[in-house]
Write a protein that binds this ligand. Structure first.
Ligand SMILES: CCOC(=O)Cn1cc(-c2ncnc(N)c2C#N)cn1
Length: 299
């Protein structure tokens, strides 16, 4: 997407990165698209309102986190944010990003559970035997990944490896901040009947001040797994309903019934698009207690 005053430099599955077109390098624009991905595929059509809702959720969490973050408050000194993306863009100060995906797990699932099944540990952290997919851990674990080149899968690493990559002081600061932030967010979500199962933070170094800065998106349902607490604790439910990700379960269930996982997935029907937006909206309302900034035309 062309944005006046900005040059597109990278597209992830669901977000796009821009640098100022004038060649200045103090800022970056992170734009959340309405794209939704599942089973490692970007799906069609986009979900109207998703980008704005997740940007608002990220901003809501940033405002409650007592760490410096990359959001730019003083917009006078920065290139203008184009109106067409204003509700789903983050104007940020450019950081020297640490190449570590700071993943914290309060429950064992996904790639963490797969590694546990193979080795009995995750990122070198030995876990008790007999854990099942989705089990809550007694205490959250920090399971970093090395940020692979853009677009490739990240590689789970041990804390010791993260020390080799970024040094003892930064590795320790990343781990301690990530565990502290996860625990606080998990406890807040629990009061809203939501299980925060895991999340991924990214940090960078401010080249001007040298301080550690929280970057990327925070605690959105793209960077985190959120489950409905009442479903999660209803052990009579089948696993896939207990561990249903708040936002993507409708899409995953529909794809499971309409796609054999070969080739490109079929386009989502309008009713699935509308139901999925409603799930994003329900998560936002549950967590924040407010309405999201955008409601697509009801279909
Ligand atoms: C497509 C989106 O990709 C990413 O968000 C990952 N990423 C973040 C940066 C970054 N780089 C310097 N300064 C920043 N403030 C940021 C941020 N956020 C680069 N890639």
């Amino acid at each position: 997407m062309q944005l006046a005053g900005w040059r597109h430099i990278y597209s992830g599955k669901v977000r796009d990165l821009y640098t100022p077109a004038d060649g200045s390098d103090a800022h970056l624009l992170v734009v959340a698209s309405n794209r939704v991905s599942a089973f490692d595929h970007v799906l069609e059509p986009p979900i109207p309102g998703k980008g704005a809702l997740l940007t608002a959720l990220s901003n809501w969490w940033f405002a409650r986190i007592d760490l410096p973050n990359h959001l730019v408050d003083d917009r006078a000194a920065a290139p203008e944010v184009p109106a067409e993306v204003a509700d789903r863009a983050m104007l940020t100060r450019r950081l020297e990003m640490h190449p570590i995906e700071c993943v914290v797990r309060g429950a064992l699932t996904g790639s963490g559970y797969a590694e546990y099944e193979r080795t009995g540990a995750v990122c070198g952290i030995e876990l008790p035997a007999g854990l099942r997919d989705g089990d809550l851990l007694d205490t959250p674990i920090y399971t970093p990944a090395y940020k692979a080149p853009l677009g490739e899968h990240d590689e789970n690493i041990t804390f010791a490896r993260s020390v080799e990559l970024v040094g003892e002081d930064v590795a320790t600061a990343l781990r301690d901040a990530s565990l502290r932030l996860f625990t606080a967010a998990r406890d807040l979500a629990a009061t809203r009947g939501v299980v925060l199962a895991d999340t991924k933070f990214e940090f960078g170094r401010d080249p001007l001040t040298g301080e550690l800065v929280l970057a990327d998106e925070v605690l959105t349902s793209d960077s985190s797994r959120y489950w409905d607490a009442s479903a999660y604790h209803d052990t009579a439910l089948p696993r896939q309903d207990r561990l249903a990700s708040f936002d993507k379960q409708i899409v995953r269930n529909w794809l499971s019934e309409h796609w054999d996982r070969t080739g490109e997935p079929p386009a989502l029907p309008e009713r699935i698009v509308a139901q999925t937006y409603e799930r994003y909206r329900e998560l936002y309302v549950r967590l924040t207690g407010g309405e999201p900034p955008y409601a697509p035309v009801a279909v």
